[in-house]
Design a protein. Sequence first.
Length: 283
Amino acid sequence: MNRRQAIQFSVCAALGASLGLSWPARLAEAAKQQEDEQDITDQFLEDYFQKIKNFNKVHPKDVYLPEAQRVTLKETVSRLQRMERVIGHANFHLISFDEALNTAKNSVTIGPFTRPEVVFLESMFFAAANDYGFLGEKPITQLTDAVPKHKVVKIPGTGNFLFKGPAEEVYHRVKTAVGADLQLTSGIRGIVKQYLLFLTKALDSGGNLSMASRSLAPPGYSFHGIGDFDVGQVGFGALNFTAQFTESRVFNRIKELGYLKLRYTRDNAYGVRFEPWHIRVIG
């Protein structure tokens, strides 16, 4: 049994027993494509789940960005942060890669992306994320994909956008059912926004790409780019993005009403920490 299959069988058995869930077709397909046929020991599985549980700790086989690229990483993050301040938090969620390049080029405050920065961003997008531990799908495969502005709606009082259709409908249905203390904490995140989140985490982690990917999907791999969104409880602050969110009234009310549909469950097969705030809309 190879690595991916071992993880899948272990995860699906646990989830199936407790939640009655079937083995996702995605996992079955991924197993077929796995080329590494080395046997898996109980120790490997234990290490895997320890990484998810202790996502913010350094683990022996974590993969780091090469030292030579860390200066570029820092400069790129700084430029993206300046861009977010210049164009505004809400607009930054929607900006495409090409729009970001043009905006930076025409702004004295932001300054144009250097050639090394562009090459770095391109290499990060097209790199295989499973090489550093992220095992999820990549719903956005083109770096130049843009969020269609005519297909989004801004949610009042949140600074966030949702896609019209299923995402907007699910949000309003849950909001109406749960009550006013449910808030939208994160909606659509385009590729550039995901770059900033992921690369900032990588920078804060000393270039540790594995650690970053246990908390944030790499650019192109986030389902926020096609429909998923995050919710929280008003007044819960940063705890909305921790496992303690499961203790909130909002979370438990969502669960009671049958609206709970998480992307990253406990002991998931994606290599990602438990995210009880992340509502799965697509897939």
